[in-house]
Design a protein around this ligand. Sequence first.
Ligand code: FE
Ligand code: FE
Ligand code: ZN
Length: 308
Amino acid sequence: MELQKIKIGSHVSMKGKDMFLNSAREAASYDADIFMAYTGAPQNSKRKPVEELKVEEGWAYMEAHGLSQVIIHAPYLINLANTVKDEIFRSSVEFLDSEIRRAEALRSPVMILHPGSHVGAGSEAGIRQLCEGLNQVIRPDMKLVIALETMAGKGGEIGRRFEELEKIISCLNHPEKVKVCFDTCHVHDSGYDLVNSADQVLKEFETVVGKNMIAVFHMNDSKNERGSAKDRHENYGFGKIGFEALQHIMYHPDYLDVPKILESPWVKSEDGKKEFPPYKEEIISIRTNCFDPMMVEKLRTGNNTIYS
Ligand code: FE
Ligand code: FE
Ligand code: ZN
């Protein structure tokens, strides 16, 4: 395989007093080209005002360190598909609107959003509610696109089939403002065969949802068998999808320009007291197209000097 230039990065945190500047520093420590962050803890809605995020300092640092893009992920607690509790729907609409404004201030071209859960009401009702919510939030002058993430299908998750994503997008007032985040672990867990026929799956996606509709990839391996509907990520190449199939998508000529984000689990030390980010090592193996079956073990034992 002749290796082309790709845009690869990982999930990083945004916290402390330096916030976005911290995120940029973390991404640079992994030698990434881009990165993804939440604007605060993904599980809650406590957020700092934009003025305290250190946006300008972060971007200056990015430019000095070859980081070309930041991508923001909306928090999990947003559920626009909830028809059961009106206050959850309403607070989700409000919070997503404020998150979009923060992401615009951070100059993210994309806001990744989980379609949500129908919480027992059935996917049809959930999709209707989700469209209603998105229509309330999407502004024609928005400086980013919302990327609906493909989901594994656990619980009442909407978005496990490409047809569901198409259904959501087709009922929007501004469909041009919405694209997709293609998460390889989720797509595999929901039943699509990325191991043996990734090209066919991507073709199917294009047929159902459309060409140029993938705004970003989450390049995750999976701990579980295809169709397990579990959603448990594995380190790059160490799971049931495997290095070869992931690299095939990573360097797919039709998607070279699409940003690729790693959300691999951190590796725990033997005694379980420490955790190490695997991203620097994973990015090396991706860029060199060289899988090291000992990588996770080396990180676990703190014996990864081969990379430093
Ligand atoms: Fe996600
Ligand atoms: Fe993801
Ligand atoms: Zn996941």
